[in-house]
Each structure stands twice: as structure tokens, then as C-alpha cells.
Ligand binder design. Structure first.
Ligand code: PLP
Length: 479
């Protein structure tokens, strides 16, 4: 901070240093070696422009820094910009699958497999016993079939890609029958009606928002039908007078009429999430068992693996999908496949999955243990913090990531509020910003004049760095 240094010269436009002279200074020539000339030139230009604007608009005199002080300020600004590159975050939001924070953290096993695949060669498209080239999804196909009961599997970049690829392969120029109640928006540019038309299919909505029956689908099937699509309304619920057809009945209809039935289950639960107090999450294997032809889901939501879109189902349809030209554009890389394979292997024994996959570990953590960790953090902060009051509250955590929206999971959180007599107004925001900028970054939730920190999605080994970050962020007076 250099705000109260003496003015080095009178603030007039004539004294404004040129961009050329600044970037020729010692500090900025050094900075260019590290960050590249374009970044330095652009930062210098911005700084000079800003000073010029201030000089032209401010009636009071503007303190003009010396050229060398200005060069240092510019070098600083470049370092600050660097801080907003991707780096580790402690997720204290209480939202376990936060798309802004990269959704599911992967198991150590998966991260190690990814690192190994990344730093060397691997047989991503080579069958080692035969020496033949093969389709790269084959690597994980057997595992996916074991875990879902499907005949075949294909993996693409994400579930939006999987949905698009299925629609493009089965229904371009043809109708896709969907219940009115499932014409939903998942967020971030995924709106079912738009997705259908974007891939050249024609939307054929049936039923009503709250009630749709098998007969509604049956009445809509005709020459033009490309597919029947069922979408799991991940992020909202219709309650009250509702009805939706049983998947098994729909599958029977689909088979009779020889129309593919495809199911976007969204979050990709491979196991039953009822054990964690979350009901209503469709399980991939149940959908296959009900007779659905193609089931697709994300890899980085409830499955707890890398970002990808997984398509499982009947062999002839999976092959059709895999051969579509779009499939190449949505191809996953070897790093993703290695991580996915390692994640899926954990599910062969669900006890391993519960132990190793962070999301499942967070969800199965005993409430008492979470309470104890939260209280111990609160005690530690209370004895060191000035100006803030700290308490613990029993509340709810949300899985998030477009899954299980209303379903809270019992949780404990730490609540920080400015202490009595302390300054108010913007304090909480400032504290939250300092935490986001700390190393490692900490992201909590601001609610009015309260900062809420949840340990539900915090790894135990992060409790200590989290406490240190809070102590450091509250050291300087705020206000
Ligand atoms: C999350 C979700 C998607 C999008 O999946 P991405 O992996 O983010 O592309 C599509 N459909 C449903 C039902 C979802 O929940």
C-alpha cells in the first residue's frame, strides 16, 4: 500500500510518463521476463490511461507518483492479476457439488491415475494383447457395464454433450417426445427445449406440467418420432396433484412401437443415495433394469469422478451414437479416461467408494463428528479473534450441482458476525473477499451481516489452513 506517500511531482498531464519509458524501466523489463511483454505493455497502458483520466477529471490535485513508483505499482498489478488464475480453494460454502468450484473432487486413486496418464504414454486407443486400435471408450466400457447392467457404453466430454450426441444420432429431423413437466432448465445454457432444437430435432411436448400419462406418449408416437426422452428434473420438484408414468411402462410402450426411449438421469448415481438421506435420485442401473434403451449422466456430480458424460444402454444404439461425427468433437482425453476408470473401480466394492470418493465421504460423515470439528474451529477462533463473534449452528448442507435442490442434509456451520460495538456495513463482504484472496483461497457464504463457513465439504486436513486463513484475514482492522 502506497496511498500516503508524498506527492512526487505536481499532477499535470505534461508530467505523465510515457508507456514506452515505463516498460523500459528495470522492474518492468524484469516483469516481462516472467509474465511476457504483452501482459506488461497492456498493464502499463492501463495504468497511464487511468492516471490521465484522473488528471483530467479530478478537480483536486492528483498525486503523481514518480516513474519508478508507477513502474512498481504496475508490476504489483500484474502479480495481483496472476492471483486470479486457477488455484486450490477450500470449499466452505456447504454446497458439496459447486459448479463454480469444479464440482466433485476426485478420489486420490483417480487423481493419481490421471497424473500418470498425463505425464506419460498410455494405451488409450490400443488393445495391448491384440495390438489392434480400438474405440477409446472401450477402456471403461466393461466397468460401466458391470456397474449399470448395460450392454455397452460410450463416454464423451460432459452430460450436455451426451444429451446432444444422443439426440443428433437418433432424432435429427425427427420428433422427440417429452413430457411438459420435463421441459426444464438445468442452468448455464441447458434448457431442454433448446437442446432438442439445437441438434436439429423437433420438440413434441406431451401431457401437462403436473400430470403426464403413458397414453399421452402413446398418442404422440408416429412416423415422425425419433425418440422418447425422459429428463430427471434435477433442480426442481412439482408437488401436489402430480402424475408421471412409470419408467417400465414407458419402456414397454417404446419397445412395442420400436421407438428408442432415452433417459437423462443427470447426476449419475451408481449407488442409492437414500443412505445419505437423499431420496429421489435415479440410479443408472435401475433405469437400465426398467428397460430404458439409453441412459446418460455426468461423471463429476454424484458419481464423484472427472467431468465427462456417460452413455450406457443397448449395444446397437450405443454403436450408432459412437459412430456419429459429433462423437469425435466430444471425445474425452486420456486423462479423463484414466481418472474415470480409477473412480469406477472403487465402485466395484461400495465400501471402497464410500471411503475414497470425497463426496461420498462428506455425505457419510457422522453429524457428531462434523459438530465436533465445527466447535473446535469456533473455539480456536474465539480465543484469537477481536471484533467478531463466532457461534456454531445446526443447519443444512446442499449437495448442489443441479442435484437434489431442496434436499438438505443435516449439518453444522460456523457463523461469524461483527461483534457488538464493532463497525458494520461492508465488513462481512470485506472479510469474505479477504478469505477468497487468501492462500489457499477460502470460499464461504455471505448472508446479510453473517459469514457462514461450513466444514461439510472441507477435507479434515484443511481445518488448520482454514483456521489460519480466517485469523490472518481478521488481523487487519476492517471498516
Ligand atoms: C447436470 C445435468 C445436465 C448437464 O450435465 P453436464 O455434465 O453439466 O453437461 C444435463 N441434464 C441433467 C438432468 C442434469 O442434471
Amino acid at each position: 500500500m502506497s496511498d500516503k506517500t508524498a506527492p512526487m511531482s505536481n499532477g499535470t498531464l505534461r508530467n505523465l510518463p510515457s508507456v514506452t519509458s515505463l516498460i523500459d524501466s528495470e522492474v518492468l523489463r524484469e516483469a516481462a521476463k516472467q509474465f511476457g511483454q504483452p501482459a506488461v505493455t497492456s498493464a502499463a497502458r492501463q495504468a497511464v490511461d487511468r492516471l490521465r483520466t484522473e488528471l483530467q477529471s479530478d478537480r483536486r490535485s492528483v498525486e503523481m507518483p514518480s516513474p519508478s513508483a508507477l513502474a512498481s505499482q504496475i508490476a504489483n498489478a500484474i502479480s495481483v492479476q496472476e492471483a486470479s488464475t486457477i488455484r486450490p480453494v477450500i470449499n466452505a460454502t456447504g454446497i458439496l457439488l459447486h459448479t463454480g468450484l469444479g464440482r466433485a473432487p476426485m478420489a486420490k486413486e483417480a487423481a493419481e491415475a490421471a497424473a500418470q496418464a498425463a505425464s506419460g504414454y498410455c494405451n488409450v486407443e490400443l488393445d495391448l494383447p491384440s495390438g489392434q486400435r480400438w474405440q477409446r471408450s472401450k477402456i471403461v466400457e466393461r466397468l460401466l457395464c458391470e456397474l449399470t447392467g448395460a450392454e455397452a457404453a460410450h463416454v464423451v466430454n460432459n452430460n450436455a454433450g451426451a444429451t446432444g450426441l444422443v439426440l443428433a444420432s437418433l432424432a435429427t429431423g425427427r420428433e422427440v417426445i417429452v413430457s411438459h413437466g420435463e421441459l426444464i432448465e438445468i442452468g448455464g445454457g441447458f434448457r431442454v427445449p433448446e437442446v432438442i432444437t439445437a441438434y436439429g430435432a423437433i420438440l413434441r411436448p406431451v401431457g401437462t406440467t403436473n400430470r403426464t400419462r403413458v397414453q399421452d406418449y402413446a398418442a404422440a408416437i408416429g412416423e415422425q418420432t425419433g425418440a422418447m426422452l425422459v429428463v430427471h428434473p434435477s433442480n426442481f420438484r412439482v408437488e401436489g396433484f402430480t402424475e408421471s408414468p412409470n419408467l417400465g411402462e414407458l419402456a414397454k410402450l417404446a419397445q412395442e412401437c420400436q421407438v428408442p426411449l432415452v433417459h437423462d438421469i443427470g447426476s449419475g448415481a451408481l449407488i442409492d443415495f437414500k443412505q445419505f438421506g437423499c431420496s429421489d435420485e435415479p440410479i443408472a442401473s435401475e433405469s437400465i433394469k426398467a428397460g430404458v434403451d439409453l441412459v446418460f449422466f455426468s461423471g463429476d456430480k454424484l458419481l464423484g469422478g472427472p467431468q465427462c458424460g456417460i452413455i450406457v444402454g443397448r449395444r446397437n444404439l450405443v454403436e450408432r451414437v459412437a459412430k456419429h461425427p459429433l462423437s469425435r468433437a466430444l471425445r474425452v482425453d486420456k486423462i479423463t479416461l484414466a481418472a474415470l476408470q480409477a473412480t469406477l473401480k472403487l465402485y466395484r466394492n461400495p465400501a471402497n467408494a464410500l471411503r475414497a470418493i470425497p463426496l461420498l465421504r462428506f455425505l457419510s460423515m457422522p453429524l457428531e463428528q462434523l459438530k465436533a470439528r465445527t466447535e473446535s474451529l469456533a473455539d480456536r477462533l474465539r480465543s484469537n479473534l477481536k471484533g467478531w463473534s463466532v457461534r456454531t449452528v445446526q443447519d443444512e448442507t446442499f449437495v448442489g450441482g443441479g442435484t437434489l435442490p431442496q434436499q438438505g442434509v443435516d449439518s453444522w456451520s460456523l457463523v461469524m458476525t461483527p461483534a457488538e460495538g464493532g463497525s458494520t456495513g461492508g465488513c462481512v463482504e470485506t472479510l469474505a473477499r479477504r478469505l477468497r484472496e487468501s492462500e489457499p483461497a477460502v470460499v464461504g457464504r455471505v448472508q446479510g451481516e453473517r459469514l457462514i463457513l461450513s466444514l461439510h465439504g472441507v477435507f479434515e486436513e484443511q481445518d488448520e489452513p482454514l483456521a489460519r486463513a480466517v485469523l490472518l484475514a481478521t488481523e487487519l482492522p476492517i471498516g
